[in-house]
Design a protein. Structure first.
Length: 318
């Protein structure tokens, strides 16, 4: 009888242990698989002392290697004083002030409340502060990092909506890197953009600015079957101009340039093909999407059905 009681106790103890283990495993699984919308997200302000290792880890040199000789003096002011172009970028990264962190954090907290931001898993933020000596003082992204210029921070100081729009624009660029082929085949083609083989004369190639958020070149096909390569072009005084180069082809696969260049807003049927009007960031489909989707999410413009369709497709894959 004594042994039976002991055996019963052991069996009961084992069953309790098994039950507890299963409950714990289920809890851990649910916690690990929690839908993004239930997370608050993260924000990390990158310090100057961290940037060297980060740029090496994300192979920032690959981006630098794509610069043409004409843009280097404008990408990095006084570049010759640095031991390398990479060192030029590293040397022009600053730490955020306490007030800057507070303001940007407020923007991010507000952005992470939007359903589409959560559903598109854009709630984790890695932010770097640059000064005006690099990239014309423009903001840009590389890998999973947003580089915000001191110029931009000062411009939007305490303008919550504009800073939120800029941050979201840049965060969409990070998303684009993960889904570029999906965008090419399910959205950009509907805007009449193609990504064929492109040959440019050396003089033209050396005038086109390298944009880390729009590395690939796209050709826009107008409804009258004329072809245009929208670009950012370096002017003689070092300014950045949005210019479209007319292209020609013999087989609609391989394209070469003409020297007929027009302002991008003069491209025939351009706005018509997009289906909405925008007054900036016109030159590259990545920039067009980042600009318009950020405004859609913030309810600043009406929803576009083509963009909404691709967004829903991405959400289903997540």
């Amino acid at each position: 009888m004594k042994y039976l009681i002991i055996l019963t106790g052991i069996i009961l103890l084992i069953s309790l242990i098994v039950k507890y283990t299963l409950i714990k495993m289920d809890f851990m699984a649910n916690r690990n698989n929690t839908n993004t919308k239930n997370r608050k997200g993260t924000i990390k302000f990158i310090k100057n002392q961290e940037i060297n290792n980060i740029l090496i880890k994300i192979n920032f040199k690959k981006y630098i290697s794509q610069f043409n000789k004409n843009e280097v003096p404008y990408k990095i002011k006084n570049y010759k004083k640095y031991k390398s172009l990479l060192d030029g970028y590293i040397s022009n990264i600053s730490d955020f002030t306490a007030s800057e962190k507070k303001f940007i954090k407020k923007c991010v907290i507000n952005l992470n409340k939007f359903e589409l931001v959560k559903k598109l898993d854009m709630i984790d933020w890695n932010i770097v502060k640059t000064n005006t000596n690099i990239e014309w003082g423009f903001s840009f992204t590389y890998d999973k990092y947003i580089f915000i210029s001191e110029k931009t921070i000062n411009m939007y100081n305490n303008n919550l909506q504009e800073m939120m729009k800029l941050l979201l624009h840049e965060q969409i660029h990070i998303l684009q890197r993960k889904i570029q082929s999906t965008l090419d085949t399910n959205l950009y083609n509907k805007w009449n953009f193609i990504k064929p083989v492109i040959s440019l004369d050396k003089a033209l190639e050396d005038s086109i600015i390298t944009n880390p958020d729009g590395i690939d070149k796209y050709i826009f096909v107008s409804k009258n079957k004329r072809y245009y390569l929208p670009t950012l072009m370096l002017s003689s005084n070092g300014n950045v101009d949005e210019v479209a180069i007319e292209m020609i082809t013999d087989d609609e696969k391989n394209f070469r340039n003409t020297y007929n260049m027009i302002d991008i807003d003069k491209i025939p049927h351009y706005i018509l093909s997009l289906g909405f009007d925008i007054n900036q960031d016109l030159y590259h489909p990545n920039e067009i999407l980042a600009h318009h989707l950020s405004e859609m999410i913030l309810n600043l413009v009406p929803k576009d059905h083509k963009i909404t369709e691709i967004v829903n497709k991405i959400i289903k894959k997540n």
